[in-house]
Design a protein around this ligand. Structure first.
Ligand code: G6P
Ligand code: MN
Length: 442
């Protein structure tokens, strides 16, 4: 076990996901040997609720750990070993607009896919670049583990900007969320499954699921999905919109029976159907604002009032918190476990561009992710992914160059939009809505 004492900083300390990360951390105190935890956020008031909960939690479970929350960058980033990042530039208010503006124009409005993801991407890039620069000023060797969305755009942009920096790892919990659900459907512990997977973030497929005997359980999984449908492991705790989203995995397996796709592929395969199902007056952002956001802050406050976190069920979905902490532990202790994470392609998928950021199975240790080779993918997947790669790249180039034309090209290329006149209408509305966050597009 690596006994070096560590400092871990969570960027976006006021996030609704932070309590889950903190709870997971208490289970890794010995193996991550942390002595100091800092929450950092630009929103002091929001972070206070989570910060007070965290203080109590660590006081109860790991009293020898120094726990702080701050809006001071130096305090947050100085001598840090691991940065867990999950910021949301513009908050849920801007997520709401990302979802509603495209829907009002008759196309998919979603947090990370289509025009919504594009808008969010242009917001995230500025703050994410600033975060990396700030962290590197104070801690040049810290591992930056990043969940910030839209992860595909953020990862591509950061990789272009910080070419030599090998300690930024972009991750997403959807593959592990799916694996947990898959484990339940198959009646096996998902930890015993070694997945093969390829794609871009929020746009990928499971191509194999090997058990300890080397047997591929993917054919059995597809059979079961076709017989009984697909529902998430934690279905009881999921809101209706997510249950609908998971249910469509069955449709995708029926239409394209080769592999099992990520839930997010549905926005690209069934854009018309999905758009009709989504309500421009009440989107996922509203569901979150009225649900998780209220609940998490209330439950944090209640625990603080009660003077104990024991018995508090502030955390429902564990996968998100568990994954980032487990990844830090895997790196810290060089455990060489397999995770599906984002890396620069460089030939992993041999017929996709070298600089695409692919999401694939990697062995992870203290040298970072070592990807498994995928090889050539078939024309259907290549077509879809090349298209999405073009969209992602143009989005990032529009950001760096301040180019309106590239922004319009990006949106036109996106499968959820296609029509250039529609793309222009949406772009112009998004520019107005994002004035405070985007670079000027000329
Ligand atoms: C999954 C994805 C994340 C996304 C989240 C949205 O976990 O991997 O990238 O942010 O879902 O969840 P929400 O409950 O906020 O809609
Ligand atoms: Mn994700």
């Amino acid at each position: 076990m690596n006994l070096k004492e560590t400092k871990i900083t969570i960027v976006g300390g006021g996030s609704t996901w932070t309590p889950g990360i903190l709870k997971a951390m208490t289970r890794y105190k010995e193996s991550l040997s942390f002595k100091e935890i800092v929450l950092y956020d630009i929103n002091e008031e929001r972070q206070r609720h989570i910060g007070e909960f965290g203080k109590l939690l660590f006081n109860e479970l790991c009293p020898d750990v120094k726990f702080e929350y701050t809006t001071d960058k130096e305090l947050a980033y100085k001598n840090a070993d691991y940065i867990f990042c999950q910021m949301r530039t513009g908050g849920y208010k801007m997520r709401e607009l990302d979802e509603k503006i495209p829907l009002e124009e008759g196309v998919i409005g979603q947090e990370t896919c289509g025009a919504g993801g594009f808008a969010y991407g242009l917001r995230s890039l500025r703050d994410m670049i600033e975060m990396v620069e700030d962290v590197r000023k104070y801690s040049k060797d810290a591992w930056i583990l990043n969940y910030t969305n839209p992860a595909a755009i953020v990862a591509y942009g950061l990789t272009k900007k910080f070419k030599e920096d090998k300690r930024i790892l972009n991750i997403c919990d959807q593959p592990i969320n799916m694996l947990m659900s898959i484990g339940k459907i198959l009646g096996v512990d998902e930890q015993s499954l070694e997945p093969s997977y390829f794609g871009l973030n929020h746009f990928g497929w499971f191509t194999g699921l090997y058990n300890k005997d080397g047997q591929d359980l993917l054919p059995e999984l597809k059979e079961k999905i076709l017989q009984k449908g697909f529902s998430p492991k934690d279905a009881e705790q999921r809101d209706k919109s997510w249950l609908d989203t998971y249910a469509l995995v069955e449709d995708m397996v029926r239409d394209f029976p080769e592999y099992v796709p990520s839930t997010y592929v549905q926005y690209y395969l069934y854009p018309e159907y999905k758009t009709k199902k989504l309500d421009p007056k009440y989107t996922r952002a509203n569901e979150v604002i009225n649900g998780r956001e209220k609940r998490v802050f209330e439950e944090c406050d209640n625990a603080v009032k009660a003077g104990t976190t024991l018995g508090s069920n502030v955390v429902h979905n564990d996968a998100h918190g568990e994954m980032i902490v487990e990844i830090a532990d895997t790196i810290h202790n060089n455990k060489e476990k397999t995770y599906i994470v984002m890396v620069e392609n460089n030939g992993i998928v041999s017929n996709l561009p070298k600089d695409a950021i692919v999401e694939v199975a990697c062995v992870l240790g203290n040298r970072g992710p070592i990807p498994f080779h995928v090889g050539e993918i078939d024309v259907f997947y290549k077509g879809l992914l090349e298209n999405q790669y073009g969209y992602e790249r143009l989005t990032v180039e529009a950001f760096f160059e301040g180019s309106y034309t590239k922004a319009l090209q990006a949106l036109t290329l996106n499968r959820t939009i296609v029509d250039a006149k529609k793309a222009r209408r949406i772009l112009d509305r998004l520019i107005k809505a994002n004035k405070a966050y985007w670079p000027e597009l000329k």
